[in-house]
Design a protein around this ligand. Structure first.
Ligand code: SF4
Length: 338
C-alpha cells in the first residue's frame, strides 16, 4: 500500500474514532497555542488519563501565557504536584516567561525557534508545531515507533533503528493535514496498536501491516534492556514537641529540584543522631533508578539541618512535595509513627 493510501486511511479512521481532548480539535490547528504548549509538557512521560484533570485545573488557574509567566514558582509547582518530573514544570514556567519577554506573548512558529525554548526537544517541538499551527511536522514518540516497527515488521531493538523509523514515519505523514495526522497516529497507538493485545481487526492499516497475525507482534518493538540502578538511602521524619514536622526546600538543580521534602539522602544516611533502628521502608521508581528509603522518626525541638523549617501537618499541603515524599509520609502515618 502506498504512503498516501496509508495516511488517507488513517485520517478516515480518525474522523470516526479519534479521541476528543481539550488541547486539540479535529480539522486543523487548536485556536490556542498556549493550551497545546501546556498539554505537551504535561504529557511528557505521563498518560492522557492522568493529565486530563491536571490540565483543566491548570488552565482554569493560569489561562494564558502571560498569567503563567507572572505566576510564582510555588504556584506552578502546586498545580503540578503529583504529576512528577518537576523539571518539566520549571521549563514550562521559564518558557512562558521567554515567550512573553522575547516574543511579545506569541509562540514562535519555526522548528529552529521553538527548539531554542527550554523543555522543547525534537518530539515536543514537532507535536507542538503540528497541533498548534498545523505545520507539516512528523511526531515520533513511543507510540509511533511501535506502530512503524509493527507495520514494517522491524524486529531489531528500536533504539538501533531511530533514523529508519523516523524516515518511514516522515514518508507516511500527511503534509496537507499535519495536525489531524499527528493526533490520528497518536490515537492509533493509544487505542488500537497498543503494547499488549493490539486490536488488529479494528486497525485501518491491517491490510498493509506485516506484523498482523504474527505471534511476535507484542514483542515489537524489541527493547534494549537497561537495568534500573538500585539505591538505598534514608529519610527523616523529625517532629518537634508541638507535633510540627521538619521540611526543607530542595535546591534549584537536579532531580526533584525546587520541591519541598523531608530531609533525605539517596544513599547511606545523613549525619543525624538517630533514636533507634527502623524497618519502615518505601520504594519509589524513577525512570532509571529504583530508590529505597528507610524512614527514621525522631523528636527534637532544634532543627538538625540549617535550612529546615517546622510546619504543622495540616499545613503540609501548602508545600509542593514529590510523590516519593508523599509516599514516605503516608507510610509513616499508617504505621502510627507520626
Ligand atoms: S495491524 Fe495490528 S500490529 Fe499492525 S499496525 Fe495495526 S494494530 Fe498494529
Amino acid at each position: 500500500m502506498k504512503e498516501n493510501d496509508l495516511s488517507a486511511r488513517l485520517l478516515d479512521w480518525y474522523e470516526l474514532n479519534g479521541r476528543s481532548l481539550p488541547w486539540r480539535i479535529k480539522g486543523g490547528a487548536h485556536p490556542d497555542p498556549y493550551a497545546v504548549f501546556v498539554s505537551e509538557f504535561m504529557l511528557q512521560q505521563t498518560t492522557v488519563k492522568t493529565v486530563l484533570g491536571y490540565f483543566e485545573r491548570f488552565m482554569r488557574r493560569l489561562p494564558t501565557v502571560e498569567s503563567l509567566a507572572s505566576a510564582t514558582e510555588e504556584e506552578v509547582f502546586s498545580l503540578w504536584q503529583g504529576l512528577g518530573y518537576y523539571s518539566r514544570a520549571r521549563s514550562l514556567h521559564e518558557t512562558a516567561k521567554t515567550v512573553v519577554r522575547d516574543h511579545g506573548g506569541k509562540f514562535p512558529r519555526t522548528r529552529a525557534e521553538v527548539q531554542k525554548l527550554k523543555g522543547f526537544g525534537a518530539y515536543t517541538a514537532a507535536s507542538f508545531l503540528a497541533l498548534a499551527f498545523n505545520m507539516p511536522e512528523t511526531v515520533v514518540d513511543g507510540n509511533v515507533t511501535r506502530i512503524i516497527c509493527r507495520l514494517y515488521h522491524l524486529t531489531a531493538p528500536a533504539a538501533s533503528m531511530k533514523k529508519l523509523i523516523a524516515d518511514k514515519a516522515v514518508a507516511i505523514t500527511d503534509c496537507r493535514r499535519p495536525a489531524d495526522y499527528a493526533s490520528a497516529i497518536m490515537d492509533l497507538g493509544a487505542t488500537v496498536c497498543t503494547p499488549k493485545k493490539p486490536q488488529c481487526l479494528l486497525c485501518p492499516w491491517q491490510s498493509a501491516c506485516l506484523s498482523r497475525g504474527r505471534p511476535d507482534v507484542e514483542q515489537i518493538p524489541a527493547q534494549s534492556k537497561i537495568a534500573k540502578q538500585e539505591k538505598s538511602g534514608a529519610v527523616y521524619l523529625i517532629t518537634d514537641s508541638a507535633g510540627r514536622i521538619l521540611i526543607r526546600r530542595r535546591s534549584e538543580k537536579g532531580l526533584l529540584s525546587g520541591l519541598w521534602e523531608f530531609p533525605w539522602t539517596a544513599e547511606g544516611c545523613l549525619p543525624l543522631p538517630l533514636a533507634h533502628a527502623s524497618d519502615l521502608q518505601i520504594t519509589h521508581v524513577f525512570t532509571h533508578i529504583r530508590q529505597t528509603l528507610t524512614i527514621y522518626c525522631r523528636q527534637t525541638d532544634e532543627s538538625p539541618i540549617a535550612d529546615g523549617i517546622f510546619v504543622a501537618p495540616f499545613e503540609l499541603d501548602q508545600y509542593p512535595f514529590s510523590t516519593m515524599m508523599k509516599k514516605v509520609y503516608r507510610k509513616a502515618l499508617a504505621a502510627g509513627k507520626i
